[in-house]
Design a protein around this ligand. Structure first.
Ligand code: ADP
Ligand code: MG
Length: 228
C-alpha cells in the first residue's frame, strides 16, 4: 500500500513537470507543422520532397500524441465527466479502431464473451486505457497470433481480460510497468502504462499482469461494476 502512495506521488510530480514542458513544446511544433502543410501544397516542390514532408508531418503528429498523453496525466484535477460506460460498446469500438493496427502486424483481435456490464468512468479515458493495453498486446505478439479480449462481471467488479501469446515479461519487467519512460521498444514512449495506472486509480480500478517469458501475457483490468 505504501508503494502505491509513493507511486501516486511520483506520478503527480512528474505530471506537473510534464504540463509545463508540454506547453512549451506544443507551440513550436504547431508552427513547424503549419509550414510543412503549406509546403505540401506548394507547386515549387517535387513529389519526392512532398513525400518527405508527409513523413515529417506524421512524425510531428506522433510527437503531438506524446504531448497530449502527457497533458492528460498532467492535469489530475481536470474535471472529467463521469459517465456510465457500456463495456460492450466501448470494447467493440476499441477493437474496431485497433483492427487495422493489428492487421498491420498480421494479428487478429478476437472479442469473445462480452457480458452486459457497466462501469462509472469517463468514456474517453477508459477507451484510452484499453487502447494502450491492447496495443501493447499486439506489439508483443508474434506475426499471425491473436489477441483475445473478454469481459464479464465477478463479485461486484467488471473484469476485462486481454490475452496475448507474445514475448511475455519477467517479474522485474512487470514491476517496472508504469515507471515514466520505461520502454523496451525502439519507438516506445514508455508512457502508456503510466497513463493506464493513473486512469485506473482515478476510478478505483486495478490492472494486474500475469506473464511468462516467451509464452505470453494476461492483463486483468478490474473496475467496480455499476448497475444500469
Ligand atoms: P511503450 O508501449 O511505449 O513501450 P508502455 O508503458 O505501454 O510503453 O509499456 C512499457 C513496456 O512494457 C513495453 O515497452 C514492453 O516492454 C512492456 N509491455 C507492456 N505490455 C506488454 C505485453 N502485453 N507483453 C510484453 N511486454 C509488455
Ligand atoms: Mg504502449
Amino acid at each position: 500500500y505504501y508503494e502505491q502512495i509513493q507511486q501516486a506521488e511520483r506520478l503527480k510530480t512528474t505530471g506537473q513537470l510534464a504540463a509545463a514542458v508540454a506547453h512549451e513544446i506544443r507551440n513550436p511544433l504547431t508552427v513547424v507543422k503549419g509550414f510543412l502543410q503549406l509546403y505540401q501544397k506548394d507547386a515549387g516542390f517535387s513529389e519526392d520532397i512532398k513525400g518527405k514532408f508527409t513523413l515529417m508531418i506524421d512524425e510531428l503528429n506522433i510527437a503531438e500524441q506524446v504531448i497530449t498523453q502527457f497533458l492528460s496525466i498532467a492535469k489530475p484535477n481536470k474535471e472529467t465527466e463521469i459517465e456510465t460506460v457500456n463495456l460492450k460498446v466501448v470494447l467493440q469500438s476499441v477493437t474496431d479502431l485497433l483492427h487495422s493496427y493489428g492487421l498491420l502486424h498480421d494479428n487478429k483481435i478476437e472479442l469473445i464473451r462480452v457480458e452486459d456490464c457497466y462501469i462509472a468512468a469517463n468514456n474517453i479515458e477508459f477507451k484510452q486505457l484499453l487502447i494502450n493495453i491492447i496495443k501493447n498486446a499486439i506489439e508483443a505478439s508474434k506475426i499471425g497470433d491473436s489477441v483475445i479480449v473478454s469481459a464479464g462481471r465477478n463479485k461486484g467488479f467488471v473484469e476485462i481480460r486481454v490475452v496475448d501469446f507474445g514475448q511475455g515479461m519477467s517479474e522485474a519487467e512487470i514491476k517496472s510497468l508504469g515507471t515514466p519512460f520505461y520502454s523496451l521498444k525502439s519507438k516506445g514512449t514508455g508512457l502508456g502504462m503510466m497513463i493506464c495506472y493513473n486512469i485506473a486509480a482515478k476510478y478505483k480500478g486495478t490492472i494486474d499482469f500475469e506473464s511468462t517469458k516467451g509464452e505470453g501475457t494476461t492483463v486483468t483490468i478490474r473496475f467496480p461494476s455499476k448497475n444500469y
